[in-house]
Design a protein around this ligand. Structure first.
Ligand SMILES: NC(=O)c1ccc[n+]([C@@H]2O[C@H](COP(=O)([O-])OP(=O)(O)OC[C@H]3O[C@@H](n4cnc5c(N)ncnc54)[C@H](O)[C@@H]3O)[C@@H](O)[C@H]2O)c1
Length: 368
């Protein structure tokens, strides 16, 4: 198959759909790969590296879209890219169609086969193409929180691990899923006192087995969260109820009981945030203050580390991508039925049930 990868054009998006290593793999499986000139520059990959891996470098995005049967991207296409949609093009990327009716209409009108990373659900219920971004956001949350705790950034001036003779910082992680587990790992590694809360006791058991006496686990409740926040230096909001707005587990009133200069990193901001005082921020001005508490609420945290994010994401996307490119989308579904769950649009129809329900559209289940 002819597989193309274009430069991302979304504001401050430096990730890219394919690494040179991915290109080598696709080419080894007898695909032709087209890469737009400087598509990988933001992630530190040069055109020469892509060329040496076997890609054909093209000057413009237009050429890549035109020549390719399948496009591998990161972000959902922007309006400027809709003009390149064509019948039976396989578009393999994050689509987030539940939030974007205009894109859904454009994909259906053109007959694009839209394969969305965020709806590919494995047999065990996991979402493998979302997981690497949560891993990154979880680890980054402690790094960013530690920075925000520094006095020049508005924090209370506490070093997470302290030094001998000083108290360690108290880190409270609300939610023990992928983000929470990764935040815990880094906070423990930096020597902080770590408390993790979740409703799911199995998740807490897992962390307890991993870290033993190095962490405190607590069953989540309003009282437990309010109490933990009173002595917290850094709070990580990492709750998720799939498909729903994040529950507001951190009430505005709790902030008044927190120490001045404490920090809340609300990773769940992309689902509306789990703190009542959360509002979306961006990498160029990531924090603001409410009641003396520093808030960090960046919605695309992995964008701060595009090289790691690109490699992490493409490590997962390449496997399904190779199957699709090698067999075609229909045969790939027969080979691995998990791929059905990722197909959101097909031959002008909406083939993702949640998206169809959201927009009161007819849902068409695919069976090849
Ligand atoms: N800001 C970013 O850049 C960024 C990046 C990646 C992920 N995220 C977001 O981070 C959030 C967490 O993602 P994840 O992959 O860790 O999800 P996950 O499903 O792996 O974990 C969520 C956890 O929250 C727990 N939970 C639900 N309600 C709770 C409550 N009331 N109290 C305590 N725990 C509760 C669940 O039991 C689960 O263990 C999501 O909203 C995700 O979209 C944001």
């Amino acid at each position: 198959m002819k597989v193309g990868c274009v430069k991302e054009i979304k504001n401050n998006e430096y990730r890219v759909g394919m690494t040179p290593d991915n290109v080598r793999t696709y080419v080894a499986h007898r695909n032709t790969v087209y890469i737009e000139k400087s598509a990988g520059a933001g992630s530190g990959f040069t055109d020469l590296e892509y060329e040496q891996a076997g890609a054909v470098i093209m000057d413009t995005a237009k050429e890549v879209w035109e020549y390719s049967d399948m496009i591998v991207k990161v972000k959902e296409p922007l309006k400027e890219e809709y003009q390149y949609f064509k019948k039976d093009l396989i578009l393999y990327t994050y689509l987030h169609l539940a939030a974007n009716k205009e894109l859904l209409d454009a994909l259906m009108a053109a007959g694009v086969k839209g394969v969305a990373y965020e709806t590919l659900i494995e047999r065990d219920g996991s979402i493998p193409l979302l997981k690497p971004m949560s891993e990154i956001a979880g680890r980054l949350s402690i790094q960013e929180g530690a920075k925000a705790l520094e006095k020049p950034f508005g924090g209370s001036g506490v070093l997470l691990g302290g030094v001998p003779g000083t108290p360690k910082a108290n880190v409270v992680v609300v939610g023990a899923g992928t983000v929470g587990a990764n935040a815990t790992k880094i906070a423990v590694g930096m020597g902080a006192n770590v408390t993790v809360l979740d409703l799911d006791l199995n998740k807490l058991t897992h962390l307890d087995e991993q870290y033993g006496s190095k962490i405190q686990t607590l069953a989540s409740s309003s009282a437990a969260i309010e109490n933990a926040l009173k002595t917290a230096d850094l709070v990580i909001g990492a709750v998720l109820i799939p498909g729903k707005q994040a529950p507001k587990v951190i009430k505005a009133s709790y902030l008044k009981e927190m120490r001045p200069g404490s920090v809340i990193v609300d990773v769940a901001v992309d689902q509306g945030g789990c703190c009542e005082t959360t509002k979306v921020t961006y990498h160029d001005n990531p924090t603001y203050m409410v009641d003396g508490v520093v808030h960090y609420c960046v919605g695309n945290m992995p964008g701060a580390v595009p090289r790691t994010s690109t490699i992490a994401l493409s490590n997962y996307t390449v496997n399904y991508g190779l199957l699709i490119a090698g067999l075609g989308l229909e045969e790939a579904c027969r080979e691995n039925p998990v791929i059905y769950s990722a197909i959101n649009t097909y031959e002008g129809k909406c083939t993702c049930e949640n998206v169809a329900v959201d927009f009161s559209l007819e849902y068409v289940a695919l069976h090849f």
